[in-house]
Design a protein around this ligand. Structure first.
Ligand SMILES: [Zn+2]
Ligand SMILES: [Zn+2]
Length: 309
């Protein structure tokens, strides 16, 4: 009963915020929505604390974190940096594995994911961008999934449709999602399914939604990329480095999104480790001026993809 009331209150609050969107200052509106997006993260950990030893224990927490890390790397290293931006090359087995792990995060088929994301880069924060916060932060957060038409695979991902390994991983998407639920169930029963399956999928998706919306709203913008992309350390932590989003929009093909020592980028470090093991190659670095100085401080605002002044 309490949950039903809370849900009604939340829906009413969302409706009021939506209606008032045009009447309150933009900064206040952004702050309200940022809180709305960040609170579920805190709520999840509070629920874990409350339910400790009753509905969750170390085994479930390990499943939750372990699968969050594995499937998160599948999204950032596999879907994003490899499949969409061709930041590196790899053999068929690792390709299939990375795309399988990403598919377990339940963010749709990998080729659709790449098509949507490439469309985002083409029209970033302009007409045609599938998830720009300029169309409303709620829309950028998750509304776009329900509203927008699917991105055209043939237009954005023609090369991927010719890769048999990628097409197979794409077709097997429902199987991967099922596997991501069955594994934690096999390890820890219903509690495993709840935390290692459902809660983990919810958390991963929430982190991705936050990058799409808050990553174009809050943070620093060292590069003039012509859009609203931002570098945000909190989002970078949640998304294994994809939160260095302004760097990424400036140099989309670059394998490491963190460009200074202080910009922690686990996915970039993983790609470098895989390269050292000989499992991936042709890893794309920063453009020459940044490659030689990338460990130094970034230059003050410069236009993306051009040499610094
Ligand atoms: Zn973006
Ligand atoms: Zn991208």
């Amino acid at each position: 009963m309490v949950e039903a009331e809370a849900l009604v209150v939340a829906l009413l609050a969302a409706a009021v915020v939506k209606l008032a969107q045009r009447r309150i200052p933009a900064a206040v509106f952004r702050a309200i929505l940022a809180v709305g997006i960040l609170v579920p993260f805190a709520a999840l950990f509070y629920a874990m604390w409350l339910l400790w030893d009753e509905w969750i224990g170390w085994r479930e927490l390990t499943l939750f974190l372990g699968l969050y890390v594995l499937t998160g790397f599948g999204i950032t290293v596999g879907f994003h940096r490899f499949l969409t931006h061709r930041s590196f090359e790899s053999g068929p087995v690792l390709r299939f594995l990375l795309l399988g792990l990403g598919s377990m995060a339940n963010q749709g088929r990998c080729i659709d994911w790449a098509a949507h994301h490439l469309k985002h880069h083409v029209y970033s924060d302009r007409e045609g961008d599938p998830h720009s916060p300029l169309d409303g932060l709620l829309h950028a957060y998750c509304g776009w999934i329900l509203r927008g038409p699917p991105a055209d695979r043939n237009r954005y991902c023609k090369r991927l449709l010719e890769d048999r390994v990628v097409v197979l991983a794409d077709r097997l998407a429902p199987f991967w999602v099922l596997l991501g639920l069955l594994v934690p169930y096999a390890v820890a029963g219903w509690r495993g399914l709840l935390w290692g399956g459902l809660a983990r999928i919810g958390f991963t998706n929430h982190a991705a939604f936050a990058v799409n919306s808050l990553g174009h709203t809050y943070g620093s913008q060292p590069f003039e990329t012509g859009d609203r992309s931002r570098n945000n350390w909190f989002l970078a932590l949640l998304s294994f480095g994809d939160g260095w989003h302004n760097n990424h929009h400036a140099f989309p093909a670059m394998a490491s999104h963190g460009m200074t020592r202080r910009q922690f980028d686990p996915a970039g470090l993983a790609i470098r480790a895989l390269a050292r093991l000989g499992l991936v190659w042709n890893v794309k670095g920063a453009p020459a001026p940044y490659a030689t100085e990338r460990r130094l401080r970034l230059a003050s605002p410069v236009r993306g993809n051009e040499a610094p002044p």
